[in-house]
Design a protein around this ligand. Structure first.
Ligand SMILES: [Ca+2]
Length: 488
């Protein structure tokens, strides 16, 4: 979500309050939000909106305000506002889910599918198509994850309750202006709990300043039009100081005998960094593609190191977080290189790396198979998943840190391999039975005896391939029941 808004609004303080559930990827996972239910009621909302209706700032949107007044508080929005993360997230965990193989593959496909419009945007705004794709992929997973909260209802609630009412009232007025202009319809106006919406996840005030109509239909439709959304992202980056034909920076190798501190804002000539012994990861000389760069060390001197320029700062402007900016930079580069290996040349300083979304889904599925109630399998590691991992760690007698990394992933994969195999077989049987039933119900000539499923228990027992799997399933189920009993 871009936090580039009116200069009178403190982006930093908002950033601090929003960072906990910063990108839409996390904000939409309500499973991960603690149930801190504020004491508010619908009558208070009505009284507050009556009061707002009298304020001058709402005068220009009086009619549209009256026609779209919510009557009920959305408590989940206030829970999200008050959310305090229970577990800290290391940079390698953050990067692993935002820049995984799946997202790079999707980005490469998007670069080909939208090649024509991306070329036009690149020519018009002077912003690399890969940088636009990097933002698009991180913000909304290439337009597939836009958020489900009604923006008007969320902003009405946040304008009347909570600790950011003044800021959100400005966004509420902006959202009503967008509705009045007809750029976004009420039914399309869905987004994160904080009101960021569309494929670019713009806040309403950012939309009013920077959204573009690039497909020429006289609507700035950041929900349905890829051309509008991608052009708006390019326009945002350009207005944040993006320099054409410059890379965001590059990964480097530091000399081992020198101390360095993390300070990307302290930009110096490339020659300065060369003179103190910094090279490319393979030992090659730093390129002269950027004149002035700063050193960014996301995990200190021992982890990956980067020299970054002005365009990295433009990514940062989108969401006031250096790791967020690195996610965009990294995704952009891997899409451009068509390289699905998302590891950096220098390893992160940990023996327990983060998980891709696929691995996170497998962790959740495995916990479900073992009888833990993980809820929705969404590949998002929120508090609920980590609390469940803690329970599992207690049950098997290892350190209960709730950490969702490669170590717990490998352990779960090993202990549920038979269960997952059996679940796959069961899913296949279900699918084939369904197909058989469908095909039989469509046939009018078939005899009743033909409709009998070929997967009855006797058939299963006769089937030499399925029998060992069935036995494995029974053994694995016994293990799951054993663990369950131990927990109780
Ligand atoms: Ca348009």
């Amino acid at each position: 979500m871009p936090l580039y808004t009116l200069p009178t609004i403190s982006r930093l303080s908002l950033a601090l309050s929003l960072l906990a559930v910063t990108s839409s990827t996390y904000a939409t996972n309500t499973n991960s939000i603690n149930p801190i239910r504020p004491a508010v009621d619908n009558q208070q909302l009505t009284a507050c909106l009556d009061n707002l209706a009298q304020k001058g700032v709402f005068a220009s949107v009086k009619d549209i305000f009256a026609r779209n007044r919510p009557t009920e508080v959305d408590p989940s929005v206030l829970e999200a506002l008050n959310y305090q993360p229970e577990f800290s997230k290391e940079p390698w965990d953050y990067l692993a889910s935002l820049v995984d193989k799946e997202r790079v593959v999707d980005g490469i496909a998007a670069s080909e599918h939208y090649a024509d419009v991306l070329a036009k945007i690149e020519a018009h705004y002077g912003v690399s198509r890969y940088d636009v794709l990097g933002v698009w992929g991180v913000e909304s997973d290439f337009g597939t994850t836009l958020g489900k909260k009604d923006v008007i209802n969320s902003l009405a609630t946040l304008s009347c309750f909570g600790h950011r009412q003044s800021y959100f009232r400005g966004e509420y007025v902006s959202a009503l202006k967008i509705l009045k202009q007809g750029d976004i319809t009420k039914s399309d106006f869905k987004g994160s709990w904080a009101g960021a919406f569309g494929q670019t996840q713009f806040m309403p005030s950012t939309f009013l300043q920077l959204a573009q109509d690039f497909d020429g239909d006289n609507r700035k439709d950041l929900v349905n039009s890829q051309a509008d959304a991608l052009a708006s992202t390019a326009n945002f980056l350009k207005s944040s100081g993006y320099q054409s034909n410059q890379p965001w920076g590059y990964e480097v190798r530091l000399p081992s005998d020198t101390n360095f501190s993390n300070n990307r804002k302290n930009k110096k000539l490339v020659s300065h960094w060369k003179n103190i012994g910094i090279t490319l990861p393979d030992g090659g000389a730093l390129p002269d593609t950027l004149s002035s760069v700063g050193l960014f060390l996301p995990a200190g001197k021992q982890g990956p190191a980067f020299l970054v320029g002005r365009n990295f700062d433009a990514f940062y402007a989108y969401n006031a977080s250096e790791n967020y900016a690195l996610a965009i930079a990294h995704l952009s580069q891997r899409i451009e290189q068509k390289n699905t290996d998302v590891n950096f040349a220098n390893a992160w300083p940990t023996d327990d790396l983060g998980l891709s979304r696929k691995e996170s889904r497998e962790v959740q599925e495995s916990l479900n198979l073992l009888g833990y109630n993980i809820g929705e399998v969404d590949g998002i590691i929120g508090d609920k998943t980590r609390q469940t991992i803690q329970k599992y760690q207690v049950d098997i007698g290892i350190k209960a840190d709730g950490k969702a990394g490669k170590k717990i992933y490998q352990r779960l994969m090993a202990s549920t391999s038979k269960l997952r195999e059996a679940a796959k077989v069961q899913a296949k049987i279900n699918a084939e039975t369904k197909t058989a039933v469908n095909s039989n119900s469509q046939s009018t000539t078939q005899k009743p005896s033909d409709t009998k499923s070929s997967y009855g228990l006797s058939n299963l027992l006769e089937n030499k391939t399925l029998l060992p799997i069935l036995i494995s399933l029974l053994v694995a189920l016994s293990v799951a029941i054993f663990i369950n009993r131990k927990r109780q």
